[in-house]
Design a protein around this ligand. Structure first.
Ligand SMILES: Cc1ncc(C[n+]2csc(CCOP(=O)(O)OP(=O)(O)O)c2C)c(N)n1
Ligand SMILES: [Mg+2]
Length: 335
């Protein structure tokens, strides 16, 4: 495992050398660029439903880099565009789901966009019903424990999703059986239009961990390295047989809940502007530049590269075949 001490000691991160740090940054940029394009396509009437990761990129890509990608089980939720790109899905694969085209690997264009799955990356298909992915991850963690594999299962969800019974049942079972599970809460302060203080009488979802008998960790979700380190520690604990961890990344949702929501009806603009001023992507870019890991020319090149990648993915997915009407009911009814 490389330790990057090449540039500045203050960013020596175990497991991430300079190339990995730039790759982490590039995937955050890719997610943001793809996300904005998907939103534009929805406004043009070309994508029917879009949920964004905007504001969550540092938490999602930072956490992805701490996993054994392709071996650990990943149970995402709909706000995880940046996560799945961080794990390894491509812009083309995501665009196929947004255009609902036949070659889409998740469902042949039948699932809602942003309901990711990918066998190669062990990204498990989820439901729109919030938090159902938590017990799925717990089951996968149980199977990993029984098979003795050196892997973990991680579930992602929002703070609103932590109000569901699935959260309680999943965390309790995982702690009782000391399963190799990580519960990753992305706390953006809203469940659609419901602010956190109307959802729970506590500040930190992570404080609930004590009631289940596992560590609860609060981390700055704007800092991809802090998130990486928190997930890395939770993963090490899990594979050592010490049981699950609840991580809460404090993030901000930059957009409305989805392309079908108007958050101007319930969210003060000043709050959104304050969140935008703390955008984690330019902040991480500046940090890499200050550390001498990146320079402005390379930064512009990276942005141009991800823009070209997204342009190409849109063209490719637009030209891909539509699903055939004859398979409309495939996997809907038992045969
Ligand atoms: C059981 C259930 N209740 C309600 C909904 C409708 N719904 C979809 S997303 C959402 C908000 C969830 O908020 P949170 O868990 O904080 O995630 P965020 O979207 O903020 O990332 C709700 C209420 C649902 N999908 N499932
Ligand atoms: Mg939320």
């Amino acid at each position: 495992m490389a330790i990057s001490t090449r540039h500045q000691p203050e960013l020596s991160v175990i497991g991430l050398d300079s190339d990995a740090l730039v790759d982490l940054y590039r995937r955050m940029l890719l997610s943001r660029t793809l996300d904005i394009r998907a939103w534009t396509l929805s406004r043009q009437g070309r994508a029917h439903f879009v949920i964004t990761s905007r504001g969550h990129e540092a938490a999602e890509v930072g956490s992805a880099f701490a996993l054994a990608r392709g071996r650990d089980w990943v149970c995402p939720y709909y706000r995880n565009l940046a996560l799945v790109l961080g794990i390894g899905m491509t812009a083309r694969e995501v665009m196929l789901t947004i255009f609902a085209k036949a070659p889409d690997r998740s469902s042949g264009g039948r699932q809602l966009p942003m309901h990711f799955s990918h066998p190669k990356w062990r990204i498990v298909s989820g439901s729109s019903v919030v938090s159902t992915q938590i017990p799925h991850a717990v089951g996968l963690a149980l199977s990993a424990k029984l098979s003795g594999e050196d892997i973990v299962a991680i579930a992602y969800f929002g703070e609103g999703g932590s109000s569901k019974g699935d959260f309680h049942e999943g965390l309790n079972f995982a702690a009782v059986h000391r399963l190799p599970a990580i519960f990753f809460c992305e706390n953006n302060g809203y469940a659609i239009s419901v602010p956190q203080q109307k959802q729970m009488a506590i500040q930190d979802v992570a404080s609930r961990a004590a009631a289940y008998g596992m560590p609860g960790v609060v981390v700055d979700g704007n800092d991809p390295i802090a998130v990486y380190e928190a997930v890395r520690a939770a993963r090490a604990r899990a594979v050592a047989g010490e049981g699950p961890t609840l991580i809460e990344a404090k993030v901000a949702r930059f957009t409305a809940h989805s392309s079908d929501d108007d958050d101007r009806l319930y969210r003060p603009r000043e709050e959104v502007e304050a969140a935008l001023a703390r955008d984690p992507i330019p902040a991480f870019g500046r940090r890499l530049i200050e550390l001498g890991i990146l320079d402005e020319t390379r930064d512009r090149e990276l942005q141009a590269q991800v823009t070209a990648e997204v342009d190409e993915a849109v063209e490719y997915a637009d030209a891909a075949p539509e699903p055939d009407a004859s398979d409309l009911l495939t996997h809907v009814f038992a045969e």
